[in-house]
Design a protein around this ligand. Structure first.
Ligand code: PRP
Length: 180
């Protein structure tokens, strides 16, 4: 049987499963505290945020709802162009809701900036952002980031939702990708 993941494609583990679990629990408590008298609506951005959004939702403990959006950005494969196309929009209107956008990673910040504008235009009661990871030296430092799990160096990473050609999202840790 072929080993999974291939040992030559997974480098240093930057964040272990236990570290993710602990940090997600902290973020859940923080959000629950900040939303004490609210029912926040988590909006997970497909596909990378799926594992994080599911774990974060459990960690919040109190009443919480979830919806998802799917977006695709144009441009070359390694760099976001800032032009974002909505592939799947929200199922329900968010006017009057307390929205928390949930991402797996902020890189240039362009996707999150676009999504903030898109949600804000719908008249929510509030919009906050939450990302498990942010790459150091991101291009748009002005991007609003209310809850952050970890800052990581500018390496290409996989696991816990992050992929290479749709693979490795199910790894329980965040590791440096060392494949081709
Ligand atoms: C990743 C990530 C963010 C975006 C961040 O999505 O999930 O949505 O890129 O990049 P930015 O800060 O430079 O805009 P990706 O396009 O890889 O899709 P996926 O979540 O389906 O893997």
């Amino acid at each position: 049987m072929v080993p999974y993941p291939p040992p030559d494609e997974v480098g240093e583990i930057l964040i272990t499963a236990a570290e993710i679990e602990q940090r997600v629990a902290e973020l859940g408590r923080e959000i629950a505290h900040d939303c004490a008298d609210q029912v926040p609506l988590l909006v997970g951005i497909l596909k990378g945020s799926v594992l994080f959004a599911a774990d974060l939702m459990r960690a919040i403990g109190g009443p919480v709802e979830i919806d998802f959006m799917a977006v695709s950005s144009y441009g070359d494969a390694t760099e976001s162009s800032g032009v974002v196309r909505i592939v799947k929009d929200l199922d329900e209107p968010v006017a009057g809701r307390h929205v928390i956008l949930v991402e797996d990673i902020i890189d240039s910040g362009l996707t999150m900036t676009y999504l903030l504008e898109h949600i804000n235009a719908q008249g929510p009661a509030s919009v906050r952002t939450c990302s498990l990871l942010a790459r150091e030296g991101q291009q748009a430092p002005e991007v609003q980031l209310d809850y952050l799990g970890f800052e990581i160096p500018p390496a290409f990473v996989i696991g816990y939702g992050l992929d290479v050609a749709q693979r490795y999202r199910n790894l329980p840790f965040i590791a440096v990708y060392t494949g081709e």
